[in-house]
Design a protein around this ligand. Structure first.
Ligand code: SF4
Ligand code: FES
Length: 252
C-alpha cells in the first residue's frame, strides 16, 4: 500500500515551519509507523533532501520518546498505543496522514525538573527484602504499578488545552505515595513536584481528561484526584508546622 504524508517541517524554534507533502514508496502494511518514516527518509536521503527528524528509542512502547501527533491525535488513532506501536495497517491505501510534533512549550527538560523535585525515594533501601517482609495489599500494589507504567511521553501535555502536566506528575508521585517506602517524604514530594510544575510554566488542570484519553499507558485521571488530595493534605500539614506556637495564659 501507499500513503500520502503531510509533515510539519521546521529547522529550529526560531525558523518558521510549514507542512510539506510526501508520497510514500510501496509499504508493507505490517511495517510499524516509524519503519514507514524510515523508508520515506531513505528515499529523501537518496534524493539529497533533508530526512524527516523524529524522536524514537526503544520502538516498543517503553521509553516515551516517540512523540508525534498523527491526524490531530497524540500517538495516533489507537487507544493505549504509542506512536512506535502503531502500524501502517491502521491506515487505508491512499490515505493522507498528517504528522506534527507535540505543541506545548515546556516539555522534556521540564519533566526532568519535576522528577528532580520529588520523583524519588532518598532513604537507603539496602539489599532486597524477602517477598512478604513488607506486606502490601494487592489493590495498592496494582494501583502503584498502574501509576508506574507512565513512560513520560508527554502526550497528556500535548493533548491538554492548558498544556497541564497533572497526569504525568500525579502518576509519578502516586507510584511512590501509595507505597510504605514513599510515606516519609510524601508531603515534601507533592509540594516540590507541584512547585516545579508551576515554575516550568505548565497550565492548570481543568478536568477535561483529554490527557487520559490519549495516554498510551491508559493512566487514569483518578490519579489526578488522588494527587490533589495529597497536595491539600500536605499544604495543611506544612502550614501547621510553620505556624508560630500559640501560648495561652501566664500574661506579664
Ligand atoms: S501520563 Fe500517559 S501520556 Fe502522560 S507522560 Fe505518562 S504515559 Fe505519557
Ligand atoms: S520509541 Fe520508545 S515508546 Fe516509542
Amino acid at each position: 500500500m501507499k500513503v500520502k504524508l503531510k509533515v510539519w517541517r521546521q529547522k529550529n524554534a526560531s525558523t518558521p515551519g510549514e507542512f510539506k507533502n510526501y508520497e510514500s514508496p510501496d509499504l508493507n502494511p505490517n511495517m510499524s509507523f516509524l519503519e514507514m518514516l524510515d523508508v520515506v527518509n531513505e528515499d529523501l536521503t537518496n534524493a539529497g533532501q533533508e530526512p524527516i527528524a523524529f524522536d524514537h528509542d526503544c520502538r516498543e512502547g517503553i521509553c516515551g520518546t516517540c512523540s508525534a501527533v498523527i491526524n490531530g491525535k497524540p500517538h495516533g488513532p489507537h487507544k493505549g498505543v504509542a506512536t512506535c506501536q502503531t502500524y501502517v495497517r491502521s491506515f487505508k491505501d491512499g490515505d493522507e496522514i498528517t504528522i506534527e510534533p507535540w505543541r506545548a512549550a515546556p516539555f522534556r527538560k521540564a519533566f526532568d525538573k519535576i522528577m528532580q523535585a520529588g520523583g524519588f525515594i532518598s532513604i537507603r533501601t539496602g539489599a532486597p527484602q524477602d517477598a512478604n517482609a513488607l506486606p502490601i495489599a494487592k489493590e495498592t500494589a496494582d494501583l502503584a504499578m498502574d501509576a508506574a507504567s507512565c513512560i513520560g511521553c508527554g502526550a497528556c501535555v500535548a493533548a491538554c488545552k492548558n498544556a497541564s502536566a497533572m497526569l504525568f506528575t500525579a502518576a509519578k508521585a502516586s507510584q511512590l505515595n501509595l507505597l510504605p517506602q514513599g510515606q516519609p517524604e510524601k508531603d515534601k514530594r507533592v509540594l516540590g513536584m507541584v512547585a516545579a510544575m508551576d515554575e516550568a510554566g505548565f497550565g492548570s488542570c481543568t478536568n477535561q481528561y483529554e490527557c487520559s484519553a490519549v495516554c498510551p499507558k491508559l493512566i487514569s485521571h483518578d490519579f489526578i484526584a488522588k494527587f490533589n488530595r495529597d497536595y491539600i493534605a500536605a499544604t495543611f500539614r506544612s502550614a501547621f508546622q510553620q505556624a508560630p506556637a500559640v501560648t495561652t495564659g501566664g500574661g506579664a
